[in-house]
Design a protein around this ligand. Structure first.
Ligand code: GLN
Length: 304
């Protein structure tokens, strides 16, 4: 299949949609991003990589980082993790506090902010230098040493972290956070501030399309069963309160971030990363969703 031709066609058709959404503006460092950028990259399980548009421009991966930290923690903790965080869709916004009190400080899933904070808290107990460990892991799955924190984004995020701090303190009051909340926030804001390109993101997710094996070095990153479970979580929880609609329209497991990136996989075949910073009210890239809907529809390749 000529994926390059397909994504080029979709790129040309979707590009006129610029101007429909709003870039993330909760921190100045993201509010200043040029909204009219758009890239697509595909990485196949047999090692091909292709892209179109701004697919080699770095952007802030934000919540996509929650997949990397979850994988790192799952590798160590396995199923014992699920007593601290659930695996049900939340139906609420990514930064919502509302369910936490009813559910005694145990977040619904690892991809809403509260759940991701629990995962990062665990990661800090597993690694003496958690920020370095995260970079090292992402560099290895992305098959490139050129992955860094955008410290301007991380610091901007830290200065505007009241809501995430509230989530952290609230969960700590239930005994579900072990570390000092300010130290936890420093690590969390750095992981959200990782800068990557579509090409790097597509490469870094392809192990989830390849039964947990990184095709670039044959490392088994997750067992086949855990890789399936991770895909199930991305399908049901990867797009916050729009996860159902994403499954309905696109039909791929994936993860989005408020930087405007989305990565999704078709198990057995490929991963695809799309980036365009204009978001819909749920915090998902408008052109990203449109692109992926076109991709699965035109190719007839959704997981269903
Ligand atoms: N850093 C953002 C936050 O914690 C990430 C949110 C997102 O990408 N949905 O609010």
């Amino acid at each position: 299949m000529d994926y390059k031709e397909v994504i080029t066609q979709i790129y040309n058709d979707v590009k006129p949609l610029f101007g429909q959404g709003k870039v993330a503006d909760y921190i100045p460092a993201l509010a200043n991003v040029d909204p009219h950028q758009y890239g697509i990259a595909v990485a196949t399980v047999d090692g091909q990589i292709m892209g179109v548009g701004d697919y080699r421009t770095k952007f802030s991966i934000q919540s996509i980082s929650k997949v990397f930290t979850l994988v790192m923690v799952l590798r160590h903790m396995g199923s014992s993790l699920w007593q601290y965080v659930g695996r049900e869709p939340s139906g609420t916004a990514f930064n919502s506090l509302v369910q936490l009190e009813f559910e005694q400080g145990v977040p619904r899933n690892p991809f809403i902010n509260a759940g991701a904070l629990v995962i990062t808290d665990k990661l800090m107990q597993l690694y003496a230098k958690p920020k370095e460990a995260i970079l090292q892991f992402v560099r290895s799955v992305a098959d490139t040493p050129d992955i860094y924190f955008d410290t301007a984004v991380a610091h901007s995020e830290l200065e505007h972290a009241s809501r995430n701090l509230a989530l952290g303190h609230f969960m700590k009051s239930f005994g579900n956070i072990a570390n000092d909340v300010d130290t936890l926030m420093d690590v969390y804001c750095h992981q959200c501030g990782i800068a990557m390109t579509c090409e790097e993101l597509a490469k870094s997710f392809v192990f989830l399309a390849n039964r947990g094996v990184n095709p670039y070095n044959d490392e088994q990153i997750l067992s086949m069963s855990r890789s399936k479970r991770l895909n199930a979580l991305m399908l049901t929880c990867g797009f916050y309160d729009e996860s159902g609609d994403f499954a309905f329209r696109v039909g791929m497991p994936g993860k989005s971030g408020v930087g405007g990136g989305i990565v999704a996989v078709i198990p057995g075949r490929l991963s695809i990363a799309v980036w365009s910073p204009e978001l819909n009210p749920h915090g998902n890239s408008i052109m990203g969703m449109e692109t992926l809907e076109r991709f699965t529809t035109d190719l007839g390749v959704s997981i269903f």
